[in-house]
Ligand binder design. Structure first.
Ligand SMILES: Cc1cc2nc3c(=O)[nH]c(=O)nc-3n(C[C@H](O)[C@H](O)[C@H](O)COP(=O)(O)OP(=O)(O)OC[C@H]3O[C@@H](n4cnc5c(N)ncnc54)[C@H](O)[C@@H]3O)c2cc1C
Length: 404
């Protein structure tokens, strides 16, 4: 039996996007909202295993959802952290070209950054690079002062507190397994019983395409998981990195390349790489799910992607299993770094939507259906942009769900 409550909106997924959406929906009083999360705690997947960077918006096509939401969301994130006393730092980052061939891409990044209205971007000479990061070598660079660091688990927990204070409910250990349409609404079968809601928002990250299908909606894309593995700098080597140091990314891929990130809680991470994962929520090299692997390798879009980029894919696998190869990638930025300076760190798995043509979906993808909104691609910088994405979804919901 469903409990007696019939929520205006059930949000599936207690990652940062789901909880930000619930928070935005509750900005108008009188609404009943529940967040339904599969795991015993919030932020258990992408949100709790990411790099903790507040992105500036440098990489995204001007006018795209990513560019707009990142620019707005970044400033909203800084304001939110300041208001709620959450540790954060607008420390800036540098992007470093290590060869002349990378200069055209660096130029394009600089143009994009300016087109996206990011203030304070500066071109760096090799000497300037050394001044900012004494152990980093490059032929040219960009300084991006708008970038910062934060702990997104802490941010999500604070969003959740606001949701509860606004009368919202957060139900954990409640994996949604079935969604049924009934007269006047929806019934969700969860690990904690039935939940009735008039409308739903799917923010299920790595499972978002499956939840769409469960709801009878064709997502038009498949989530292909890419694991990102980190190393940590040994404590006595933390001084090698002052802030954040990024390479020039390969424009063909939606990932940024292994970088050095100072963490808000202390320590420095190096990574993440981007290895095809054989399990959507698998954080170890040995993690394997027959269902997930079968789905990936029978999806024509994934096969097209692998056929086109097999060389890059093999390189990532090599770097995953060979610390030497990983260190070699880092040495391009920091020639003096050595194997012994790094110890294995954690990992995160990215939910990357891939189209049937094999192209990674570059922008955020949000699909509406009757009584439903499905967030089908919310990769980086969705944590940075979460407040803005939540507000956009709440505005969509107001129309689609005819919320008061
Ligand atoms: C390695 C890595 C590094 C990154 N670095 C950055 C960064 O520095 N800055 C940045 O802005 N972004 C970064 N990102 C991206 C960012 O983490 C994600 O864009 C963001 O966390 C997406 O949030 P989400 O809420 O959509 O997904 P998630 O955090 O994955 O949340 C989805 C939730 O849905 C739940 N769920 C799934 N299925 C069900 C179900 N059936 N029933 C109920 N609940 C369900 C899951 O348990 C999960 O908690 C990074 C991502 C990765 C993986």
């Amino acid at each position: 039996m469903p409990d007696s409550k019939n929520f205006d909106v059930a949000v599936i997924g207690g990652g940062i996007v789901g909880v930000a959406t619930a928070m935005a929906l509750l900005e108008k009083p009188g609404r009943s909202v529940a967040v339904i999360e599969a795991e015993p705690r919030l932020a258990a997947h992408q949100t709790g295993n990411n790099s903790g960077v507040i992105h500036s918006g440098l990489y995204y096509k001007p006018g795209s959802l990513k560019a707009r939401n990142c620019t707005e969301g970044r400033e909203a994130m800084y304001r939110f952290c300041a208001e709620h006393g959450l540790a954060h730092e607008r420390c800036g980052k540098i992007v470093v070209a290590t060869s002349q061939e990378e200069i055209p891409v660096l130029n394009r990044l600089e143009e994009r950054g300016r087109a996206n209205g990011i203030g304070g971007i500066q071109r760096l000479t090799p000497e300037d690079i050394r001044e900012h990061e004494p152990h980093v070598t490059g032929v040219a660079g960009l300084l991006v002062p708008a970038t910062g660091i934060v702990d997104y688990t802490e941010v999500t927990e604070t969003f959740a507190r606001i949701v509860r204070e606004g009368g919202g409910e957060i139900r954990t250990s409640a994996r949604v397994t079935v969604v049924r349409r009934e007269a006047g609404g929806l019934v969700l079968e969860t690990g904690q019983g039935l939940v009735k809601a008039r409308n739903l928002v799917n923010c299920a990250g790595l499972q978002s395409d499956r939840i769409a299908r469960l709801c009878g909606v064709n997502p038009g894309v498949k989530i292909v998981p890419f694991r990102g593995e980190y190393y940590e700098l040994a404590p006595e080597k933390h001084s090698l990195v002052r802030n954040l140091v990024y390479p020039v990314p390969d424009p063909q891929f939606p990932f940024l390349g292994v970088h050095f990130t100072r963490m808000i809680k202390g320590g420095v991470e190096a990574g993440p790489n981007a290895v095809l994962a054989f399990k959507r929520e698998g954080y170890k090299k040995t993690s394997f799910s027959l269902r997930d692997t079968f789905e990936t390798f029978t999806y024509p879009g994934a096969l097209r992607l692998f056929a086109k980029h097999w060389r890059m894919g093999l390189g990532e696998f090599h770097r995953s299993f060979s610390k030497k190869a990983f260190v070699r990638a880092l040495q391009k930025l920091m020639p003096e770094i050595r194997m012994d300076d790094l110890k294995p760190g954690g990992a995160g798995v990215r939910a990357q939507a891939i189209g049937p043509d094999g192209a990674p979906i570059d922008d955020f993808k949000i699909v509406e259906a009757e009584r439903m909104i499905h967030v089908l691609n919310a990769p980086s910088p969705a944590a940075t942009a979460s407040i803005s994405i939540g507000q956009s979804i709440a505005a969509m919901a107001e129309k689609n769900f005819q919320l008061g």
